[in-house]
Design a protein around this ligand. Structure first.
Ligand code: GLP
Length: 240
């Protein structure tokens, strides 16, 4: 894993937008995996700014988001789909038919997960997967446990994860769904390149364990050590 330390979140956002621009120069039809959470928000803002100024063209890319809450329709204000709409999709000029999402309100969860895996395969796999990390080491909604899932699946969320998502539900932890759909570990690890972003002191311990600790299902992000092309972007807080 290569580590890139930046003084500020702003510095990370700029570096990541540069990285995206470089990838687009090589592959204009890039297949991009995307995260939600607070961490990528500044990066999304920077992308939107560059698109608005004609410095970045996302009209040929395809996106796949990592995860979605079970039971929420794409227009639910707490859904990750709406989060992405607000922070990126409404401003980025990505053709709507190339935006892919797990549907939290799918009547048949297994069929929905299989459909998503097929769509990723049909798109030729993910070129660049951008990840955040939970304080407990989760990536997407692959939570720590005795076992991990290889492919897209139904996931039960830990209380801590629900608490960190409460902001999307007016601050109420009880309103956060208990389950979600998420890409699996193999879905993520088969991406050609992976970027993980972590900011703030509360992520310092987990970043250290992910990079230097043993590979364990109790810290799903530690499996990224098995991938040959991973860049980790941290600010001073998370890198310290
Ligand atoms: C959420 C998401 C993850 C995200 C993580 C960190 O629950 N499912 O994909 O990376 O938690 O979120 P944040 O960036 O807000 O710390």
């Amino acid at each position: 894993m290569r580590i890139h330390v930046h003084r500020t979140e702003r510095g990370i956002a700029t570096a990541l937008a540069d990285r995206l621009a470089d990838a687009l120069r090589v592959t204009p039809g890039l297949v991009l995996g995307l995260p939600t959470g607070r961490t990528p928000v500044q990066w999304y803002r920077e992308i939107a700014r560059r698109v608005e100024h004609g410095q970045l063209d996302l009209s040929r890319i395809t996106t796949f988001n990592l995860d979605e809450f079970i039971g929420l329709a794409p227009d639910h204000p707490g859904s990750y789909r709406q989060f992405m709409e607000r922070h990126l999709f409404a401003h980025a000029g990505i053709p709507p038919e190339r935006i892919n999402f797990l549907r939290g309100d799918a009547p048949d969860v297994e069929a929905e997960c299989a459909r998503y895996e097929c769509s990723i395969a049909e798109a030729g796999g993910i070129d660049l997967m951008v990840l955040g990390i939970g304080r407990n080491g989760h990536i997407g909604f692959n939570e720590p446990g005795a076992e991990l899932y290889a492919r897209s699946h139904r996931a039960t969320l830990t209380h801590d994860t629900r608490r960190s998502n409460a902001e999307l539900f007016g601050g109420s932890v009880d309103a956060v769904p208990r389950e979600a759909l998420s890409m699996g570990m193999a879905t993520i690890l088969q991406s050609r390149a992976i970027v993980l972003v972590a900011t703030g002191r509360s992520k310092a311990a987990v970043v250290q364990a992910m990079r230097r600790g043993r590979i364990t299902t109790q810290l799903p992000a530690s499996f990224l050590q098995l991938h040959a092309d991973v860049d980790v972007y941290v600010d001073d807080g998370a890198g310290g």
